[in-house]
Ligand binder design. Structure first.
Ligand code: SF4
Ligand code: SF4
Ligand code: SF4
Ligand code: FES
Length: 1019
């Protein structure tokens, strides 16, 4: 399905329904009619609802950005005075006239001024797709001739960003891009210096885009109402004539300019509209969900044009529940990998020979026959538990469901896991212990409206970029407090009201000390606790050692800082705590996650909007992979394998007996290989060698396997150990659903057909199952969801119809389709409906620095790369910005060791060795190092060890002492000049249109001075 996006889009979308809050409903009079509106809402929104065609023109207004007030095209009369409709608010009884000569003259004058900045060459413009605001406004206002001649600006086009260009000559100075960059993305790169003789959009106050602080999130490009900012992938591809050589294009533009004075714009626009309509034939717009992180951004992918069906013209966000206009660089521009030369296109079979093994291409039939034979044989010889399956957090819910069904119902083992074992399981455990559901307790909108956001061990701006924008915006514009605990001074830390660096592995101590302080100082929410929480006394007793003084000593954080935090937490009306791998990837990851939830309970920060626990899920579908039962002890919806009722339900549904014992998790599978208990593995969509800790140990395990099947889209490092490699399809080539960090189900539709002979994972899994004797007959992922919804109460009401297009559901979903944006509104998900405070104990990290391994190695993501970089290194623009991996070293350590950026060093741990270049930066401090995850050549997991979280076996990746040997070899900085980290942002509060109004050459459109124009600045 091409999710109904064929119709031409116009932007901004009209607000066609009344706002949800109708408490202040009132009447106003518009063009002589009495209509309903909501007191205080933007007048333009009300007019867009009640005024039919022609609509009130509005060039700079975008509902997601709010009033910018730069274009003046939305002039209307309110109570007899001219005013900008976007800047005015509805007042009960007001009279509004949109069609008077006075209003329309003002609108036309404003738009004439805009056309001075923009050449109308629509037929040969790649933005002529029916959604160009400048084109559509020209038509709306029936512009026949230009009152003011077009005047180019004295600046060149800027093509220095790998993904988009800026053309000052087409820029109408509406400021939408500035508003989006300053106040939605809050990267604060863009501005317009209104005082300049020829204003234009500026990057970092006036540098080239490449090398500025621009993070290529694409917000500005998405909201630009014309072609001034445009995706490079559109240029020369979208239109029928736009690929012509520049000289030919210029010639065509000259012809248009020559005839315009005589025939007017009417016929010219008609030609371009015909060309735009023709484009619809070869441009497909398909809704998908981002395949990178767990935020769950969704958007339309435009494919086609001159480049054919597999050419991605652009990614256009707008309606996604989590992101609306927002994306990060990966979601907006990170898709080239789907067409990479390296994609696996055919199954591969290992051929062994004395000269060395090699892989040869095979037919699907041969590969699957061999796979079925070998698995059947191993099962017959060693039993079903000699086989392990690993599902993928990149795959869909339906695929995860099928993998666990394959394990349990066909192979006959509970040996099934997914990579949430590497990051999220401890967070889930902490929530299971205290509140019951293993998911975010609210939505991203709750985080945005919270009074205080606390971020622990999460580099949110780089790992969950769009979610971070909501915090940055609330903090910048709405007074939200931000407290950050982290080893590194990353962007959120720099923005925070309080940033502190607890010693590695000690977060549980200060979190528990805060809880104790709340009790001791009368700030514990005792009423909430007595109504909703069990175990208070036992918990309080366990807090005895956790004084603030103790925390200050263990965590090496000044006592005053901890006290300041405690006062902030006590004072706030609502608090959300966000955490990620900086918490979970420790030996005490589950305990620290529990401590977070405990603190939220003690302070009453559950059960209300703007509160709760937010373990930020890493992969796009790491939440769904676990939700749908790819776990050794749980069925879909977290029903326990050990629960007789649940097991019988599945046995009946599937018509098989299911083993009762918990299976092996990822970590245990590797140990079991060494112990000779596990002989075969089937692993999909996971570069386990690079993702699991202690890569040498994991690789040694793979070598010992009797039979190993890996299914992926690329020949990953893990594939090197496989006997069979099966070519799968990435998200753009299949249908299904993903579940984001906020428990949100979203559908993805097939954007393009599978490449070569690759197949969607669900089809491959079904084929494997059937060759092992099952009789599955799913014709579409919807069938799988239907079956799962019938078996797992948590998903009872999930249907593909309820998820059509941009519709979403947040689990749990009742049979009638009622979903749960906020968990725990009526009770906690515990047996008696009451939460539990879980007693705390601090155990020191498993591995700490000593004399030999004297440095602490931290690791994590970079904004532009994803995990091992299997996808993002195949995006040329990202590769150009960040081609190399590096280790971050603090200025202090650099000085001590006489190191400079670009120097080569050897890093050694007890488990392995790496050679890499240094980047000296004050993001890290003292003897702490930071190594990004994304490198095939320098995988951090050659250094990490085999210690794990005590409760879940999540590797303690963040507890890795290393030593560093400086080599006498220096190179260039591993960060090219192009990288955004070299830029210097220019924060300001949006477009600052007042500065435009102060220009001596600015007059109000309409009737000049004394016209009665009302200047309303709303921000
Ligand atoms: S960061 Fe760059 S891409 Fe994102 S809105 Fe700002 S200028 Fe545009
Ligand atoms: S580049 Fe920015 S200011 Fe210029 S037209 Fe586009 S959104 Fe408006
Ligand atoms: S924030 Fe995450 S989901 Fe959104 S576009 Fe970026 S990587 Fe994709
Ligand atoms: S829409 Fe631009 S000033 Fe109102």
């Amino acid at each position: 399905m091409n999710h109904g996006t064929d119709a031409m889009h116009t932007m901004p979308e009209p607000a066609d329904t009344l706002p949800a809050d109708l408490s202040t409903l009132c009447e106003i009079h518009v063009n002589g009619s009495t209509v309903r509106a909501v007191e205080g809402e933007r007048l333009i929104d009300a007019l867009n609802r009640v005024v039919g065609e022609p609509r009130v023109p509005q060039v700079c207004y975008h509902p997601r950005l709010g009033p910018i007030q730069t274009c003046d095209t939305c002039m209307v009369e309110t109570n007899g005075k001219l005013a900008r409709a976007c800047g005015a608010s509805v007042v009960a009884g007001m009279t509004v006239v949109t069609e008077s000569a006075r209003a329309q003259n003002a609108q036309k004058e404003a738009f004439d001024r805009i056309l001075r900045n923009h050449m109308l060459y629509c037929t040969v413009c790649d933005n002529n797709n029916g959604n160009c605001t400048v084109h559509n406004t020209t038509a709306l206002l029936d512009v026949e001739h230009q009152k003011y001649p077009y005047k180019p600006k004295p600046y060149e086009q800027d093509l220095s960003n790998p993904f988009y260009r800026y053309d000052p000559d087409q820029c109408i100075l509406c400021g939408r891009c500035v508003e989006a960059c300053q106040n939605v993305q809050v990267n604060e790169t863009l501005s317009i210096r209104w005082e300049d003789e020829h204003p234009r959009v500026l990057w970092d106050g006036g540098t080239e885009i490449g090398g500025s602080s621009c993070v290529s999130c694409g917000h500005c490009v998405t909201v630009c109402p014309c072609n001034a900012l445009m995706e490079k992938s559109m240029i020369g591809h979208a239109g029928y004539f736009t690929a012509l050589p520049k000289s030919a294009l210029d010639g065509m533009i000259d012809v248009v300019k020559a005839v315009e004075p005589e025939i007017g714009y009417g016929p010219i626009l008609q030609v371009s509209e015909t060309e735009a309509a023709m484009r619809e034939e070869r441009v497909k717009r398909t809704k998908t969900v981002c395949t990178y992180c767990g935020v769950g951004c969704s958007f339309d992918v435009w494919t086609g044009g001159k480049g054919g069906d597999r050419h991605i013209l652009k990614v256009e966000p707008g309606e996604g529940a989590a992101n609306n206009i927002s994306t990060c660089v990966k979601g907006k521009f990170g898709w080239d990998y789907v067409n990479s030369e390296d994609r696996l296109r055919k199954p591969l079979i290992r051929e062994r020979s004395a000269e060395g093994d090699r892989f040869r291409e095979a037919s699907w039939d041969e590969a699957l026959t061999l796979m079925a034979q070998r698995l059947t044989q191993i099962k017959a010889e060693h039993g079903p538990d000699a086989i392990g399956l690993i599902s993928s957090s990149k795959c869909t819910n339906e695929e995860s469901y099928l993998m666990q069904k394959l394990a349990r119902a066909v192979v006959g083992t509970n040996n099934i896991d997914n990579c949430s074992r590497y990051c999220q399981s401890p967070a889930t455990q902490g929530l299971f212990r205290t509140v019951g559901y293993g998911g975010d307790s609210g939505s991203i909108s709750d985080i945005a409206q919270s009074g205080l956001v606390m971020i622990v061990g999460s580099n949110t701006a780089e790992a969950h970029p769009v979610l971070a924008t909501r915090v940055k915006r609330a903090h910048k514009l709405h007074g939200q407090k931000l407290i950050v605990a982290d080893l590194r001074e990353h962007e959120m830390a720099r923005r925070a009201d309080i940033f502190f660096r607890p010693s590695p592995g000690t977060d549980i101590v200060w979190l528990s000390a805060l809880s104790r302080w709340m009790f001791d100082n009368g700030h514990a929410k005792t009423e909430f606790l007595s109504q909703w929480v069990n175990g208070v006394e036992e918990y309080r007793k366990s807090l005895e050692p956790f004084t603030m003084e103790y925390a200050a000593k263990i965590c090496k954080v000044p006592l005053e800082t901890l006290e300041k935090i405690a006062h902030e937490v006590a004072a706030t009306e609502s608090m959300c705590i966000l955490w990620a791998m900086g918490v979970t990837q420790h030996c005490g990851g589950s305990d620290t996650s529990t401590a977070i939830s405990n603190l939220l309970l003690v302070t009453g920060n559950y059960m209300r909007p703007g509160t709760g626990a937010y373990p930020l899920r890493g992969h796009n579908n790491v939440q769904g992979a676990s939700d749908f039962g790819s776990m050794p002890a749980y069925f879909p919806g977290y029903d326990k394998i050990a629960d007789d009722e649940a097991r019988e339900r599945y046995e009946q549904g599937w018509g098989v007996k299911i083993p009762t014992a918990k299976g092996l998790d990822n970590h245990e599978m590797v140990d079991a290989i060494y112990e000779g208990r596990l002989k075969a593995m089937y692993l999909i969509g996971e570069d386990m060698l690079n993702a699991d800790a202690n890569a040498n140990y994991v690789g040694g395990g793979f070598e010992r396997l009797e039979f190993f099947v890996v299914q992926d889209i690329f020949f990953s490092e893990t594939c090197r150990y496989a006997d069979i490699v099966l070519p799968a399809s990435p998200s753009l080539e299949k249908e299904g659903t993903f579940t984001s960090t906020e428990r949100r189900f979203q559908r993805l539709y097939e954007v393009m057909e599978p490449l070569g002979e690759s197949r969607p994972d669900w089809r491959i899994i079904q084929e494997v199952a059937n060759r092992l004797g099952a009789k599955w007959n799913y014709s579409h992922p919807a069938d799988v969801m239907h079956e799962s919804a019938g078996l797992a109460p948590m998903f009872a009401g999930v249907t593909y119809d309820r998820l059509a297009g941009y519709k979403t559901l947040q689990w749990p979903v009742a049979v009638d389709g009622t979903d749960s944006p906020l968990l725990y509104t009526k009770e906690f998900h515990m047996q008696d409906g009451r939460a539990k405070l879980y007693p705390m104990e601090w155990i020191a990290p498993c591995e700490t620095e000593g004399d030999e391994y004297d440095l602490h190695l931290n690791n994590g993501r970079l904004l532009e790369h994803f995990h091992e970089g299997n996808m993002t290194y195949r995006v040329p623009g990202i590769h150009a910005e960040t081609p190399e991996c590096f280790v971050e070293v603090s200025p202090e350590l650099a000085k001590e060791q006489s190191l400079v950026t670009g120097q080569w060093v050897d890093l050694g741990s007890r488990y392995g060795q790496l050679r890499m270049q240094v980047l000296v930066t004050d993001r890290v401090s003292g003897k702490q190092l930071y190594l990004p995850l994304n490198s095939k050549e320098h995988p951090v997991n050659l250094l990490t060890g085999s210690y794990t979280d005590r409760a879940t076996h999540t590797p303690a990746y963040k507890e890795t002492p290393v030593k560093m040997t400086v080599l006498p070899l220096k190179g260039k900085s591993p960060l090219p000049r192009l990288n955004f980290r070299n830029g210097t942002p220019t924060p300001q509060r949006g477009v600052e249109v007042e500065r435009k109004w102060k220009r001596s050459d600015y007059t109000m459109p309409g009737e000049g001075a004394g016209s009665g124009l009302v200047q309303i600045q709303t921000k």
